[in-house]
Write a protein that binds this ligand. Structure first.
Ligand SMILES: C[S@@+](CC[C@H](N)C(=O)[O-])C[C@H]1O[C@@H](n2cnc3c(N)ncnc32)[C@H](O)[C@@H]1O
Length: 226
């Protein structure tokens, strides 16, 4: 398999991501959940001169393709970025969060682009409890585009925003959603919301696979399940 070293986002999506990142507290830490070969990570880091670059943390189990970690590091190095300046946490978002909560960590910018299933995105949104007000959480593949159909991200974020007035959806560019955290507030994403997301994901998958078996159904041509 050819490894794609460039970002999986379009240029307009990247521009929106950069606007949010550069509007966040310049000294605060940046977090990417799901990096593939580090294409977007590279672009985010290059948005700052090396001497002024804030800390970047990357969470990814690094099993997306063989040699993923080495590919990310080589990609960064080719762009003149020392991979040693990135804090890689080679594990799932859920495992990394448990540790981050114990350490009472804080971030000023979070880019969520890991597993796009509804329950997994809901899990990734638990990281927002560590996001400082004035910071941004951005999610790729939120909006359906001609490239991809993955309703899991949209369902998870819409559900998250529906009962949280301390977050505001600032813009949607292509498939990129940009959300600002306005203040501390409740509720945080908890076990009940995760269980509900899991149940809804199973129900949607079941409906999707049933629809695929029915000839002439519009869902028969859908490219991904929630
Ligand atoms: C769509 S790719 C990321 C693309 C990348 N952000 C970019 O723009 O170039 C998804 C990544 O999420 C990672 N991933 C999958 N499940 C994950 C999880 N539970 N926690 C963290 N990362 C995960 C995969 O290993 C893969 O590298």
């Amino acid at each position: 398999m050819a490894i794609r070293t460039e970002s999986e986002c379009t240029e307009p999506e990247l521009a929106a991501l950069m606007r949010a990142m550069l509007a966040s507290n310049p000294a605060g830490r940046r977090l990417e959940i799901g990096t593939a070969a580090g294409g977007t990570l590279k672009r985010m880091m290059l948005a700052y001169p090396a001497a002024e670059r804030p800390s970047f943390v990357v969470i990814d189990p690094m099993t997306y393709f063989p040699g993923q970690r080495a590919a990310v590091e080589a990609n960064l190095a080719t762009a003149g970025i020392d991979p040693g300046t990135v804090e890689f946490r080679v594990e799932t978002s859920a495992r990394a969060l448990a540790r981050a909560l114990r350490a009472d960590e804080r971030f000023d910018f979070i880019f969520i682009d890991g597993n796009h299933a509804l329950r997994a995105v809901t899990q990734d949104l638990r990281w927002t409890r560590l996001l400082n007000p004035g910071g941004f959480v951005c999610l790729h593949d939120y909006e359906e585009t001609d490239r991809i159909v993955i309703p899991g991200v949209k369902l998870a974020l819409d559900g998250f925003l529906a009962h949280r007035r301390h977050y505001a959806l600032r813009e949607v560019v292509g498939a990129m959603a940009i959300v600002e955290k306005l203040d501390w507030g409740a509720p945080e994403v908890g076990a009940g919301e995760l269980a509900a997301a899991w149940g809804r994901q199973l129900a949607l998958r079941w409906r999707h696979s049933l629809a695929k078996r029915l000839p002439g159904s519009p869902s028969a041509s859908a490219t991904a399940t929630p």
